[in-house]
Design a protein around this ligand. Structure first.
Ligand code: FES
Ligand code: FES
Length: 912
C-alpha cells in the first residue's frame, strides 16, 4: 500500500477502519481539521483526485493510489495557490479553523458552481465570519490595506499576522503537534439526569490492553469548584468537582480512562460497570422553586455562594425605582408579554480539549483551547496545591470561543491524569460531548411589563426573569445581573423594576455565551418599545429617540449597581439609530414575491458596558530587541477576535513604526504578567490599554536613551519609523538596542490596565423580512447594523466581527435549538440536527460605524466583539411582527413555530 499525499508517496498503511482524516493527521498533515467527524462541517476537507471530500467520512484505504491534496500541498512548489492568496487578500477568515477546508472546496469550484455559492458551499461551515469575507475571497476582492506609513497603523485595515499560516494550513492549533509517549483520555458519562454513584467496578476495564489508569471521584481532589473562570472567584458558586460521586445531568463525567490509544480508552469506558442510585430529577425550571421539587444541590449553602439550595435557587435579584404598578395603571398605553429564549450552543468549530505533561522541572504544562489561560492556571494551582510557578497554561491559536471557553471543562481532568500517570496526556472532546457536556446559553423566561404616556415617553419598565442555569451555576449569577442591567439601563424611565431568579435543573449546564444574557432580555424590551410605539402611532425609530439615555443621563437598572465606574467615554447611539433608519429607508431592490409573502421592517438597539464589572486585569510587556524590532507580550488569547492584529497596531502607532517590527507573544502564563482573559470584549479595551501603556512608556525610554547618548534635551527627540531623531541626528533602533546592552540597561517597559473606568458601546440592527403566510418561512431581505466602536481600530476586522455576530445571532433566532427531552437528554447533539447556518442561510449585512472617539478606551477605541449579536433576535422579532401583525415570543422563529398563528390569522386567504 502507498498513499500519494501532496505529491509525496507515503508507505504507511491505515489501521483497519481508520478514516482518512485521522490517517492524514497522523502523517503530519495538521491542516486537516476536525469539527464534527460526521460529514457536517467540512473542516476536514481534502481533495482526492482533485475533488473535495470530507475526509472524516472516507475510509482511508479507499484513497490508496489516488492523489490526495491537503491544504499544505495546495500551492505546490510555486508558493500560495491563487485561492490561498485570495483568502489572504480578502481576509476570509477569523479563527481560521474552517479555512483550510473552505479554501480547498473553493479552489475546486468551476464557473457554474461559482454562480450558486449557497449550493457549492453547503458542505463547509464557518462559525465566525458570516461568509461575506469568504465570498469576497472567491470573487477576488481584496479588503486589506497593503502599505501603511510608520506610525499610521491604528485605524487601518491591516491583515492578521497569522494570515499566511492560516491559509497555508501551518497555523498551529491545540492538537497540531506530535507528542512522544502520549496517553489518551476518554470519559465515561452519566446516562442519568440525577444519580448517586454507589460503586464503580473497574476490573473488566483495567483488563483492556493499554489502559494505564481509570480515574473516578475517589481519585479526584474533594475541593468544590466552579467551571466558570472569572477574575473574582466569588462571582460563581462552588458546586461541582472534577469528578463527583453525584451526577446531576445526562452527560456529566463519571470516570476518565487513560490509555495508550483512543480505542483502548473507549473500549475500557464501555466495560466500566457503574452502580447508580437513581435520584429524582428536576427538568422543568418552572418547577424548581415549587414545594416538593427535587433538589439538585441540597447540601450547598450560602457559604458555597448558592442563594437557597432548598429552592434550587443559585441567585436572585430584586429592585425597584419609583412605583411601577402605579405608573402602569396611569399609562396611556401598556405592553405585557412573556418571552421564552431557548438553549443554543456556541458551536465553535474547534472542540474543547488539550494536552498536559510534566516537564523535567516538574512543571505541569497544559496546552489547551481556552480564552482564559491565566485563570485556568490559578484554578489548577488551587485544586492540586501546586505553586503558580509549577503550573503553565498556554494556548496556540484557538478555533473559536464565543464565551464557551471561559470555562475549565478539560484542563482539570488533563492535570489529574498527567499527575497520576506522569505521562503526557490528551483529551479532545467530540462534537456530541460539546453539545451534551460543556455549556450552552442560559434559557430564560422573561415577563415584561411596560408603559408609556401619550407623548411616547416611557413611564414604566418591569422585567421578571427566570434563568435556567442547568445542573451547575457557572456564570449563572453574573449572566442574570448582566441580562437585567444594560437592557433597561439604556432607556430613561422613572419607574423600573427587576426580579430575577437563577435556578438549577438536572440539565446540561448553561454558561458564558456571546452577549452574556442580554440577547435573552433585549428581545422582550425591544418588543415592548415597538408595541408601545405601534399603539401610539409613533415610528419605532422616534420612539427610541424619545427614550434612550443621552450623555449626562444616569444609566440605571434596579437594584443600583455597586459599581459606579461606567461613563460615557463616547456616545454614538443617536448616530447609530440615524444610520440604520437612513439605510433601511434607502431604495433597495426587493425580490419578486408572490402574494403569499408579507414584508415588514424591524429595528432594535442595545448598549453594553465595555468591560465586565469588578475588575479585569491585563499586563503587557514590550522590549526593544537586538534587531531594532519590538517583542510585545500580552496574555490575551487570539481565537478569531482579531486582537493580535490590533495589539500590534496600537504598539506600532505609539512607537511611530510599522506593524512588521512588532513581534507578538501571547496567551502563555510562562511569559509572566497576568491577564484575566479574552472575554467580555476586553481584548482591545483592557488588554489594548495595557499595550498602549507599555508602548508609551517604552517610547519615552527610547527618547530618553537617545537624549542621554546625544546629551541633548529629551523633548527634542522623536521616534520615526525605525529611528530616534533629534534635529539632524538619527540613531536606528538597532543601534539604540546595542547601546542599551552595552550600558546594561535593556530597553523594555511594562503596561497594565485594571479594566476601570469603563465605557459603553452601542449597536443598532435593522431587518426587512418576508414571511410566508402559508408556510411560516422567514426570508431576510435586508440586514443593516450600525455600531459605535469608538475609533475603529481596524475597520476590516471590526466589520467582520459585526458580520460574524449578526450571523451567529441569526442562526440562534431562526434555526438553532438544542432540544432537551423529558428525561433531560439532548436529543440533537449533532450539527446536522442542530442547523448551523451555512452560506445559503445568511444575508449580507451592511455594516455602518458611528463616528466617535472614546476618552477611556485605547486610542479612542471601544470593544466590538460580542455586542453585535445582542439586538439581532429582537430586530427579527420586530420585523416579523411588522410583517404579520403577530408578536411571536419564542424563538427560534422556525416555520413550525410560526405556522399555527399564521394559519389562524391568514388561513382563509391561502389557496386550498
Ligand atoms: S470533521 Fe469532517 S465534516 Fe466535520
Ligand atoms: S473562521 Fe471559519 S470557523 Fe472560525
Amino acid at each position: 500500500m502507498s498513499y500519494e499525499i501532496n505529491g509525496t508517496n507515503f508507505p504507511q498503511a491505515p489501521r483497519a477502519g481508520q478514516c482518512l482524516r485521522t490517517f492524514l493527521r497522523e502523517l503530519g498533515q495538521f491542516g486537516v481539521k476536525k469539527g464534527c467527524d460526521a460529514g457536517d462541517c467540512g473542516a476536514c476537507t481534502v481533495l482526492v483526485d482533485g475533488e473535495p471530500v470530507h475526509s472524516c467520512l472516507i475510509p482511508a484505504f479507499r484513497a490508496e493510489g489516488r492523489a490526495i491534496t491537503t491544504i499544505e500541498g495546495l500551492g505546490g512548489d510555486d508558493g500560495a495557490h491563487p485561492m490561498q492568496q485570495a483568502f489572504l487578500d480578502a481576509q476570509g477568515f477569523q479563527c481560521g479553523f474552517c479555512t483550510a477546508g473552505m479554501i480547498l472546496t473553493c479552489a475546486s469550484l468551476n464557473q457554474a458552481q461559482r454562480t450558486d455559492l449557497g449550493a457549492a458551499l453547503k458542505g463547509n461551515i464557518c462559525r465566525c465570519t458570516g461568509y461575506r469575507a469568504i465570498e469576497d475571497a472567491i470573487n477576488g476582492k481584496s479588503n486589506v490595506e497593503e502599505s501603511v506609513e510608520a506610525g499610521g497603523a491604528f485605524g487601518r485595515s491591516l491583515p492578521a499576522p497569522a494570515g499566511p499560516d492560516v491559509v497555508r494550513g501551518t497555523a498551529r492549533y491545540t492538537f497540531d503537534t506530535e507528542v512522544d509517549g502520549l496517553l489518551h483520555i476518554k470519559l465515561l458519562r452519566s446516562p442519568h439526569a440525577h444519580a448517586r454513584i454507589v460503586a464503580i467496578d473497574k476490573s473488566a476495564a483495567m483488563a483492556v490492553a493499554g489502559v494505564q489508569a481509570i480515574l473516578t471521584h475517589e481519585d479526584a481532589p474533594s475541593v468544590l469548584i466552579s467551571t466558570a473562570r472569572h477574575e473574582k472567584d466569588w462571582m460563581d458558586p462552588e458546586d461541582t468537582r472534577i469528578l463527583d460521586d453525584v451526577v446531576r445531568f445526562i452527560g456529566q463525567k463519571v470516570a476518565a480512562v487513560v490509555a495508550e490509544s483512543e480505542g483502548a480508552a473507549e473500549e475500557a469506558c464501555r466495560r466500566l460497570k457503574v452502580d447508580y442510585e437513581i435520584l429524582p430529577a428536576l427538568i422543568d425550571p418552572e418547577q424548581a422553586m415549587m414545594p416538593g421539587a427535587p433538589l439538585v444541590h441540597p447540601h450547598r449553602t450560602t457559604a458555597n455562594r448558592v442563594a437557597d439550595a432548598r429552592r434550587n435557587l443559585v441567585a436572585e435579584i430584586h429592585g425597584e425605582f419609583g412605583d411601577v404598578a402605579a405608573a402602569l395603571a396611569t399609562s396611556a398605553v401598556t405592553f405585557d408579554a412573556t418571552f421564552h429564549s431557548h438553549r443554543v450552543q456556541h458551536a465553535a468549530l474547534e472542540t474543547h480539549g488539550g494536552l498536559a505533561w510534566l516537564d523535567v522541572s516538574g512543571v505541569l504544562n497544559v496546552r489547551t483551547s481556552t480564552q482564559v489561560p491565566f485563570l485556568t492556571r490559578r484554578a489548577l494551582s488551587d485544586i492540586f496545591g501546586l505553586s503558580l510557578d509549577k503550573v503553565r497554561v498556554f494556548c496556540e491559536r484557538v478555533g473559536g470561543g464565543f464565551g464557551g471557553k471561559q470555562e475549565m471543562f478539560v484542563e482539570d481532568i488533563l492535570a489529574l491524569a498527567a499527575l497520576k500517570t506522569g505521562r503526557p496526556v490528551k483529551l479532545e472532546l467530540t462534537r456530541e460531548e460539546q453539545f451534551i457536556a460543556t455549556s450552552t446559553r442560559h434559557p430564560m423566561r422573561v415577563h415584561i411589563k411596560a408603559g408609556a404616556d401619550a407623548n411616547g415617553k416611557l413611564t414604566a419598565l418591569q422585567l421578571d426573569v427566570l434563568s435556567n442555569t442547568g445542573a451547575y451555576g457557572n456564570h449563572g449569577p453574573s449572566v442574570m445581573f448582566h441580562a437585567v442591567a444594560e437592557s433597561i439601563a439604556v432607556y430613561n424611565c422613572p419607574n423600573k423594576r427587576v426580579d430575577g431568579h437563577v435556578v438549577y435543573t438536572n440539565t446540561v449546564p448553561a454558561g458564558a455565551f456571546r452577549g452574556y444574557g442580554l440577547p435573552q432580555t433585549v428581545i422582550a424590551v425591544e418588543a415592548a418599545i415597538d408595541e408601545l410605539a405601534r399603539q401610539l402611532g409613533i415610528s419605532p425609530y422616534d420612539m427610541r429617540r424619545r427614550n434612550i439615555v443621552r450623555p449626562g443621563d444616569p444609566m440605571l437598572s434596579p437594584p443600583e449597581s455597586e459599581y459606579d465606574d461606567v461613563f460615557y467615554g463616547s456616545y454614538g447611539l443617536d448616530q447609530c439609530i440615524d444610520l440604520v433608519e437612513r439605510a433601511m429607508q434607502a431604495d433597495h431592490p426587493l425580490p419578486e414575491l408572490s402574494a403569499d409573502w408579507l414584508t415588514g421592517d424591524g429595528v432594535a438597539l442595545t448598549m453594553i458596558d465595555t468591560v465586565p464589572p469588578a475588575g479585569h486585569i491585563a499586563d503587557a510587556m514590550i522590549a526593544l530587541n537586538d534587531n531594532g524590532g519590538f517583542d510585545l507580550t500580552v496574555g490575551t488569547a487570539e481565537f478569531g477576535n482579531g486582537t493580535s492584529t490590533v495589539h500590534r497596531q496600537i504598539a506600532a502607532t505609539i512607537l511611530a513604526t510599522t506593524v512588521d517590527r512588532i513581534r507578538l507573544l501571547q496567551s502563555d502564563t510562562a511569559h509572566g504578567g497576568h491577564d484575566t482573559g479574552a472575554y467580555g470584549s476586553t481584548g482591545i479595551f483592557v488588554a489594548g490599554k495595557a499595550t498602549q501603556a507599555a508602548a508609551m512608556q517604552l517610547a519615552a525610554e527610547l527618547r530618553a536613551a537617545a537624549a542621554g547618548a546625544w546629551l541633548c534635551d529629551v523633548g527634542s527627540c522623536a521616534l520615526e519609523g525605525e529611528f530616534v531623531v533629534s534635529g539632524v541626528r538619527r540613531m536606528s533602533f538597532a543601534e539604540l538596542a546595542k547601546l542599551a546592552r552595552e550600558t546594561g540597561r535593556p530597553l523594555a517597559a511594562l503596561g497594565n490596565s485594571e479594566g476601570t473606568p469603563r465605557s459603553v458601546g452601542f449597536n443598532v440592527q435593522g431587518f426587512r423580512v418576508a414571511v410566508n403566510k402559508g408556510t411560516g418561512e422567514v426570508r431576510i431581505l435586508r440586514s443593516v447594523q450600525a455600531a459605535d466602536a469608538g475609533v475603529v481600530a481596524n475597520p476590516m476586522q471590526c466589520r467582520g466581527q459585526v458580520e460574524g455576530g449578526v450571523a451567529q445571532a441569526i442562526g440562534a433566532a431562526l434555526y438553532e435549538e438544542m432540544v432537551i427531552d423529558a428525561e433531560g437528554r439532548v436529543t440533537n447533539p449533532k450539527f446536522r440536527d442542530y442547523h448551523l447556518p451555512s452560506f445559503a442561510d445568511l444575508p449580507r449585512t451592511e455594516v455602518l460605524f458611528a463616528e466617535t472617539s472614546d476618552t477611556i478606551g485605547p486610542l479612542g477605541a471601544k470593544s466590538m466583539s460580542e455586542s453585535p449579536y445582542n439586538p439581532v433576535a429582537a430586530a427579527l422579532g420586530n420585523a416579523i411582527a411588522d410583517a404579520t401583525g403577530i408578536r411571536f415570543t419564542a424563538p427560534p422563529f422556525k416555520p413550525d413555530r410560526l405556522f399555527p398563528a399564521l394559519h389562524e390569522k391568514f388561513g382563509d386567504q391561502l389557496p386550498r
